[in-house]
Design a protein around this ligand. Sequence first.
Ligand code: CA
Ligand code: CA
Ligand code: CA
Length: 182
Amino acid sequence: MSKISPLMATISLCAVLAVPALAQDPLAALDANGDGVITKDEVLADLTQRFQNLDADGNGSVTFAELPVQLPLTGEQQSRIDRRVERALAKAERRGFTADKETLRLRFTPTRAKFIARNDLNADEQVDFGEFTRQALDRFDRVDSDGDGLVTESERKDAMKALRKKRRGIGRGGFEGRGEGE
Ligand SMILES: [Ca+2]
Ligand SMILES: [Ca+2]
Ligand SMILES: [Ca+2]
C-alpha cells in the first residue's frame, strides 16, 4: 500500500535509526535552507516525512510488522557497533571474562523490537507520531541552550563537545550495554 519505493523507505529508515545515535551531527543535516540555523519546523518536517515512510498503512502508528526484519544500518552506525564491540571485548578481557564477539555484535545491533521498545512510551507496542518525535524534540530542546527555538551552529558545536566528553566517560565506565546513544 505504500506509495514510497523500497529504496526510499530504506534510505529514510537509515535516517530514522541514525537519529538516536547523535554521533556525528544529525541536526546539521536538517538545515533545509542552509543558513546554519535549524528551526523546530525543519526538524518536524523531517520527522514527519520519516514517520510517513515507516507508517506503511498510514494509520498513524508504526507497528513491529511495518518495520523491515533487518533494519538497515548506515556506515556510521555500523562502525559505532564495531567500536562498542571492541570496547566490550577489551573490558571483558581486563576483567578476566571470555566474551563472544558475535554475541556482542548482535547485542549492539538495532532490531525491530529494540526500535519499538526504545520509542513506545505508553507500552501499546506501537510507535505513534508523538512517541516517534519525543526523543528528537527533547534533544532539540537540550541543544537549543538559550531556548529561542532555533539551533545555531555554535549551539550544535557545544552540544557535540559535551557529547564527546560524555562518551569518553561512558567508554571508561560502561561495559553494561547502555542503550544506543542514550
Ligand atoms: Ca501503521
Ligand atoms: Ca505507543
Ligand atoms: Ca538557540
